[in-house]
Design a protein. Structure first.
Length: 292
């Protein structure tokens, strides 16, 4: 993570965080020894930064957030002449933990986004490669044929062709591509290819069975998604339409009996809450939608 780039969830300038990480390398080294999956997450997220350095960034970014927020609480409490000991101790600690954990989890989130982009075209790309192989095209040419027009997936296959052109063996280049990739379906494709090459088997036969399996899995995912939508639609109707409309009507009726005007701020709060719920619900449903 170059120190010119902004560090997410950090109020400190990135140069200060980077300087602290280099000044106290033992902190990052200690954390890296206990974060066994962080190296794989960084590799699959394509973040070219040592594990101990990223762990140090996460720690000092969280510590900086906590310290600055503690100073803000102390300043506000002093000006207001109020007892701020409890929030001074509790809130910065909670903020440090939230910032630290979020930064450590960020590479996994980036890797998952990459996996969704890769799996979007995995079935048609495999189908094209299968057609090429059955037509007598060599494996390298078949891989090169899908090195464009398939988005992020083509970028991964382009790296394989570049490695082979650089003198790396087919098996090694394909195996390395699977090791550094977050998509399970992509890894299955390249591992099937690598295993078939190792034992001298038919690559097209291995890809044929794998493609049929991935197609069945995709259809099952779509069916499950359709089945999940029904209860979520009912929940949405209740939470976003029926309950607010009936609730507002009952509040208006009750307040009219009490000869009390309906506060305008109440309606504004309800509208804001409904807008927030709608945004959350749409994002939640979109996140569960299978990649097609």
């Amino acid at each position: 993570m170059p120190n010119e780039e902004r560090i997410a969830f950090s109020v400190l300038p990135p140069r200060i965080v980077h300087m602290l990480t280099l000044r106290y390398p033992g902190v990052g080294a200690y954390l890296a020894r206990n974060l066994t999956t962080l190296h794989e997450d960084l590799l699959q997220a394509q973040l070219e930064i040592p594990v101990r350095e990223y762990a140090g960034h996460a720690f000092f970014a969280g510590a900086g957030n906590a310290v600055l927020f503690a100073l803000l609480i102390a300043l506000v409490g002093t000006l207001a002449k109020a007892d701020y000991l409890l929030p001074f101790l509790f809130v910065p600690t909670l903020l440090f933990a939230a910032s630290f954990i979020t930064l450590l989890y960020q590479p996994k989130i980036v890797a998952r986004k990459r996996a969704r982009q890769l799996e979007r075209f995995i079935i048609p790309a495999t189908q094209q490669m299968l057609i090429q192989l059955r037509s007598g095209v060599p494996l390298f040419n078949a891989i090169a044929s899908i090195s464009s027009d398939y988005g992020e997936l083509s970028h991964e296959f382009k790296k394989i062709t570049n490695r082979i052109n650089a003198g790396v063996s087919d098996i090694e280049a394909i195996t390395e591509a699977g090791r550094a990739n977050p998509s399970l379906r992509f890894r299955r494709v390249v591992w099937q290819m690598a295993n078939a090459l190792k034992v001298g088997g038919d690559v097209s036969a291995a890809l044929q069975s794998l493609q049929e399996e991935m197609t069945r899995e995709k259809l099952d995912e779509l069916k499950r998604y359709g089945q999940e939508l029904s209860p979520w639609i009912v929940i949405y109707m209740l939470a976003a339409i029926i309950v607010p409309s009936l609730g507002v009507s009952m509040i208006i009726v009750i307040l009219s009996f009490l000869s009390v005007d309906v506060p305008k701020v109440l309606l504004a709060v309800i509208i804001i809450m409904l807008a927030g719920f709608n945004l959350f619900f749409l994002d939640f449903v979109a996140s569960r939608r299978p990649v097609v």
